[in-house]
Design a protein around this ligand. Sequence first.
Ligand code: RFL
Ligand code: PHB
Length: 389
Amino acid sequence: MRTTVGIIGAGPAGLLLARLLHNAGIDSVVLESRDRAYVERRQRAGILEQGTVDVLREAGAGERMDREGLRHDGIELRFDRRRHRVDFPALTGGRSVMVYAQTEVCKDLIALRIEEGGPLLFETEALAVEGADTDRPRVRFRREGVEDVLECDYVVGCDGFWGVARSAVPDGRTFERTYPFSWLGILADVAPSHDELVYARHDRGFALLSMRSPSVSRLYLQVPADTDADDWSDERIWDELERRFETDDDWTLRRGPVTQKSVTPMRSYVHEPMRHGRLFLAGDAAHIVPPTGAKGLNLAVGDVVTFARALAHRTATGSDDLLDAYSATCLRRVWQAERFSYDMTTLLHTAPDATPFEDRLQLARLDRIASSRAAETDLAEAYTGFPIG
Ligand code: RFL
Ligand code: PHB
């Protein structure tokens, strides 16, 4: 098998890249280890930055998003029983975000890929990337028990944090931080209790109210890092959410049947550089952020847009300039998202070893956001997204 761009992984990064390359007249093959149903059901991100929304529309992948996605003009910060709304358009010159689940983005991109007839091989596991520093990099893979090789001009590793591509970038440097807590996430068949996301800081720990549709809620609770989701009955989860979202007004939490429950560890991670020869890393394969800033999927989108532009530039002009700048261009934006995600995480979670002094500082930081337009603008600009490229 031979192609121009071999793409490992059919998460949002790999699927969008295949679409962008198709639109630029560049052929690619996508290899995905899981089956289609698994990829379409994996419950993850929910928030698309303004820039991500624009990219999906321009790629011709925004039709259902525009019909079914929910435009959000703000979020609520909740602390000390107080409620503070951050108004995105007012603070950022009109920017907003879209609530449209990662599962739906992936479904839409898979449908387009099949419609355009581009190769997308499920249940096909990449085993290794070879010859990254030559003109003919290869992906060795296994399909239906048989090993084969995909010969490429370029390989893009979009295979997530646990993939194989990163190990083919030698002499890299990694930067990492783990956190002493996780998120217990639930999906519930109940209308969201608020029309915007609520990020709550409470002495008992962080809580987040999000949504998937007008009738499906997505909620998260900070829990200790070694938590087993089975230790949390539905009733215990709702009771705990209720306490952490408590306010001085008459706001109430709506309860409903829990349809999914899982624990997500929190990690900050960056691998530098994001390129070796003709192998490029994109999305979670190169970097992870804790979900508090809602940045993971949006970073993946920025990476593949940067790669697709660079390759189209090379095709049009013969110049490698943009491909050579790929890693530095992406990392600048990645580190802004790392900073913001870290700040949001430490702003809102209670560390098990936090001192009373640190608790007071956390409240002072929240109070500052609620009372200073400059501090609030900084949050709104970062949340709605940093420019791509
Ligand atoms: P993915 O989605 O992990 O996809 C990688 C794909 O590669 C496949 N793969 C392989 N295929 C072939 N051969 C191999 N050897 C392979 N190894 C792996 C995998 O099966 C998979 O299909 O990476 P990608 O495309 O870079 O996308 C990244 C995003 O998925 C991730 O950053 C976000 O989900 C993070 N995230 C959030 N991001 C946001 O922007 N906004 C959010 O609100 C948000 N919330 C979240 C999140 C992540 C969460 N979890 C579960 C980690 C909330 C949660 C709870
Ligand atoms: C989600 O809806 O899953 C979600 C929303 C905002 C976040 C993280 C996750 O910061």
